[in-house]
Design a binder for this molecule. Structure first.
Ligand SMILES: *[C@@H]1O[C@H](CO)[C@@H](O)[C@H](O)[C@H]1NC(C)=O
Ligand SMILES: *[C@@H]1O[C@H](CO)[C@@H](O)[C@H](O)[C@H]1NC(C)=O
Length: 344
């Protein structure tokens, strides 16, 4: 960590490329693109080590549709809506899908918002394959029974329509963010932990770049224009002062779309995109999306006064005055993210 700007010397670079050959998806593209978003003071070689833990790495083109991931060595508690002793599957994905199947889609909260699966044949013994479907008292504060290496269970969360939305409060308004626990479970667990802190001192946006002349108001790239700078994003950090940040593993890395909320590397630096960035490929873990109606707040923040700076040979715009932010719970919302996803 804490490297200086001259970090792309050949030796480093070569080893990064070697690593990338082995790692797929996020990792490969990340090598070449992270530089666009990396603040000068943040390391990224060390972030790389964590990529080895990454799973198959997404490839999810839409938003949360299609993901069904959980967190190993975590046992969530909660009322069972389906008892696992009689309900068995071969994989955590199947268990997760069974939970999702209880969300009818159009009529509000899911009957099942969390699942707990025993997937290690040896450790689970008789319990192997058990899939418990549960309903939390409070979807944004799931009850944890146990966590750590000894825990044989894998657990995941499912947020239905209008659920799992948190507010990113700024002096310019509150950005409502729909979280994607099925695509980025570790990331979302971190966000839910931040929610319980009730403060996020030090959390702020510090970089502001408009869509310039390169992307239209729907976030689509305009033909024959450069892909930035400016890069159509607002960037900040979600690390409260006085806490120890644990790097977040690479999770699903779909194409960045207008509204996508994603980590830079393994956090806590993050950004909200104002544009569809196909050119960045699958480089970043996306853990949520800003509800379309709040994008004008993001646009406004992107236009705040900024001064030019250069990070790793990239021209960036740093806010003259960072914008503090805090996280807060949103009880219900009529916001339906699916409108934003499009039909591809
Ligand atoms: C799980 O796998 C076994 C054999 O590998 C198969 O017989 C069984 O049908 C599978 N169960 C499910 C629910 O897919
Ligand atoms: C970066 O900014 C400098 C002047 O501020 C300019 O000369 C240079 O062309 C810019 N580079 C890019 C890639 O836009």
């Amino acid at each position: 960590m804490g490297r200086k700007q001259n970090d792309s010397e050949p030796a480093h670079y070569t080893s990064l490329i070697l690593l990338s050959v082995v790692l797929i998806s996020c990792a490969v593209v990340y090598t070449f693109l992270s530089v666009v978003l990396r603040p000068g003071r943040t390391s990224s070689v060390s972030e790389f080590e964590s990529l080895g833990l990454g799973q198959e790495g997404g490839g999810v083109e839409g938003e949360s549709v299609g993901c069904c991931r959980g967190i190993e060595n975590l046992e969530l508690w909660g009322n069972a809506v389906k008892w696992g002793s009689e309900f068995k599957f071969n994989s955590s994905e199947q268990c997760c899908k069974a939970c999702k199947a209880m969300c009818s889609g159009s009529d509000g909260p899911c009957l099942c918002d969390s699942w707990v699966f025993c997937g290690n044949r040896e450790a689970c013994g008789q319990k192997f394959g058990e899939c418990w479907l549960k309903k939390q008292k409070d979807t944004l504060a799931p009850e944890r029974q146990d966590m750590g290496q000894k825990v044989i269970w894998t657990s995941g969360l499912i947020f239905g329509k209008g659920e799992g939305i948190v507010g990113l409060e700024t002096e310019y308004g509150t950005l409502h963010i729909k979280l994607f626990p099925d695509c980025a479970p570790h990331s979302v667990l971190y966000i839910l932990e931040l929610l319980t802190l009730r403060h996020c001192a030090g959390c702020k946006f510090y970089r502001a770049e408009t869509r310039g002349h390169s992307w239209d108001s729907d976030g689509n790239h305009i033909k024959n224009t450069p892909f930035g700078p400016p890069f159509a994003l607002i960037q900040g950090t979600l690390e409260p002062l006085g806490t120890t940040f644990k790097r977040i593993p690479t999770e699903a890395c779909p194409i960045i779309r207008r509204g996508s909320v994603a980590w830079i590397g393994s956090g806590p630096e993050f950004f909200i995109s104002l544009a569809n960035h196909q050119e960045w490929k699958n480089a970043y873990t996306v853990f949520g999306s800003v509800l379309p109606e709040d994008m004008e707040i993001a646009e406004r923040i992107a236009q705040l006064p900024s001064k030019p700076d250069v990070w790793n040979n990239i021209n960036v715009s740093v806010m003259e005055k960072p914008v503090s932010l805090s996280l807060r719970r949103i009880k219900t919302s009529n916001g339906d993210l699916n409108r934003n996803v499009g039909s591809n």
